[in-house]
Design a binder for this molecule. Structure first.
Ligand code: C2O
Ligand code: CU
Length: 481
């Protein structure tokens, strides 16, 4: 009963929010790919937009106060046509927050949409009442104050909608933005800054003939549940809301803050014609030392903070950031000489290695049997139930969480940051380094993490960050006591 309701909730989402989209039978593959119904622009013709930096409305007693509004807007994403988006401050992505360790931020969110919302700061160490719990809703025309104490390290965070049953369609509509946290440790490194520090929010979308976003709905007819049970993919890659954009760069070192804000798409990012991605940070902040990757797998919710030195390429070179699982993402064009490249520090941050878990818990992420042609997604065989809890970690302790899976499930914990201990029979992979809050668990794989439950007591959650899986009940509460 519950499962059926939730599942319909997800798919009805788009209809409720007014998507006129209709997928003609056979147009979407069983891999969940939606195909746009209008001609798509040539890649690398749109300039990469950089989201506005959000400024506080006032600063008092060491606290920064912000106001943020969720608004519908018609914006030009594809040339010559308007797309209705839902955006923070009416933009997609929303404005980028620049916060600082130790400086509390209070964000007053005003919901100017006609549906309820809930805002989650992904990666934030946040009191439970400000964590954007899926049923902690902000109704239309209401406001809610979210308090972010910022007792946490420098990191690339992001914020997005988290409404119960509707996270996937509401994020698809545009409710996502980035939040860069800094601290003294990071500032002392002399990393590329200002225009050389570029946020890149990666999403995929599909467009209807009239330019509106396509998203599956029950109008799609029989079989739609099955078709999209693995998640929804679009055929247009948007970086900071622009299709396959191009960024003109100086021949110097850049810092790229990569966020996978896609509902379900995985990326294996690489540079063409070649060059390493030098990773300096993961989800929850700087690594101990830089790591070079010829390619990087980035699953929904994950962040990778990388350095790329365009000084290695002659002026005039075009370098494509590509997804080896699919195709191009965006392009960099070296157009001029730049300042001498900032060095890559050998040592980045002090990382304490977690040890001595007080308990080991097991979480199995798995599909249910088909039910009227629909599949649901469970954790330890359970669909999400807001009143139940799957774990009660003690504040300040470290626990070992063993996560197993039958599919690709990017597993995200609210509040607690963790370190990857093992992957299958082996140790962590290169991309697992550092403090994380989201981990890629592949089909039939077991990943062990050591998580520290620090900060606040109360109700938090873990869930799959494939947003369709999340809406199909692949979430669980844990209570920090
Ligand atoms: Cu980015 Cu609970 O989510
Ligand atoms: Cu999943």
């Amino acid at each position: 009963m519950t499962s059926r309701r939730r599942f319909l909730g997800l798919l009805a989402g788009a209809a409720v929010i007014g998507t006129t989209g209709f997928v003609v039978a056979g147009q979407a593959g069983s891999n969940g790919l939606l195909r746009s119904k209008r001609p798509l622009p040539k890649p690398f013709t749109t300039a990469l937009p950089i989201p506005q930096v959000k400024r506080p409305t006032r600063v008092a007693g060491g606290v920064e106060y912000y106001t943020l509004a969720q608004q519908a807007r018609d914006v030009e994403i594809l040339p010559g046509v308007r797309t209705r988006i839902w955006g923070y401050d009416g933009t997609f992505p929303g404005p980028t927050f620049h916060l600082r360790q130790g400086r509390q931020a209070v964000v007053e969110l005003r919901n100017e949409l006609d549906v309820p919302t809930s805002m989650h700061l992904h990666g934030g160490v946040t009191p439970p009442e400000s964590d954007g719990y899926p049923t902690d809703l902000v109704d239309p025309v209401r406001t809610k104050e979210y308090t972010y104490p910022m007792q946490q390290r420098a990191a690339t965070l992001w914020y997005h909608d988290h409404r119960m049953d509707y996270t996937a369609p509401q994020v698809w509509r545009g409710l996502a933005g980035m939040c860069l946290v800094t601290d003294a440790e990071e500032e002392n490194l002399g990393l590329p800054a200002d225009k050389y520090d570029v946020p890149l929010l990666l999403t995929d979308r599909a467009f209807d003939e009239d330019g509106s976003f396509l998203y599956p709905s029950l109008h799609h007819g029989p079989g739609v549940e099955k078709e999209f049970a693995n998640g929804v993919l679009g055929d247009v890659i948007l970086v900071n809301g622009a299709p396959w954009p191009v960024l003109e760069v100086d021949a110097t070192r850049y810092r790229l803050r990569i966020v996978n804000g896609s509902n379900a798409r995985r990326y294996e990012l690489a540079l063409e014609p070649g060059g390493d991605l030098v990773q300096i940070g993961s989800d929850a902040g700087l690594l101990d030392k830089p790591r070079r990757h010829p390619s990087l797998t980035v699953t929904p919710g994950e962040r990778f903070d990388v350095l790329v030195d365009f000084h290695d390429y002659p002026v005039g070179t075009e370098i494509t950031l590509t997804n080896r699982l699919d195709g191009p993402v965006m392009r960099f064009k070296v157009v001029r000489q730049g300042p001498k490249s900032a060095p890559v520090p050998d040592k980045l941050a002090d990382i304490e290695k977690l040890d001595n878990p007080v308990v080991t818990r097991t979480f199995d992420f798995r599909t249910t049997k088909e039910h009227h042609g629909a599949r649901m997604w469970t954790i330890n065989g359970e669909l999400f139930d807001a009143t139940r809890s799957l774990a009660e970690p003690k504040l300040g302790t470290v626990e070992k969480w063993r996560i197993s899976s039958d599919f690709h499930h990017p597993v995200h914990l609210h509040l607690a940051h963790f370190q990857v201990l093992s992957r299958g029979a082996g140790g962590p992979e290169g991309r697992d380094a550092g403090w994380k809050d989201t981990v890629d668990v592949r089909p039939y794989e077991v990943v062990e993490v050591l998580a520290r439950f620090d900060g606040y007591r109360g109700r938090y959650m873990m869930h799959c960050h494939n947003l369709e899986h999340e809406d199909m009940a692949m979430m669980a509460n844990f209570f920090v006591g």
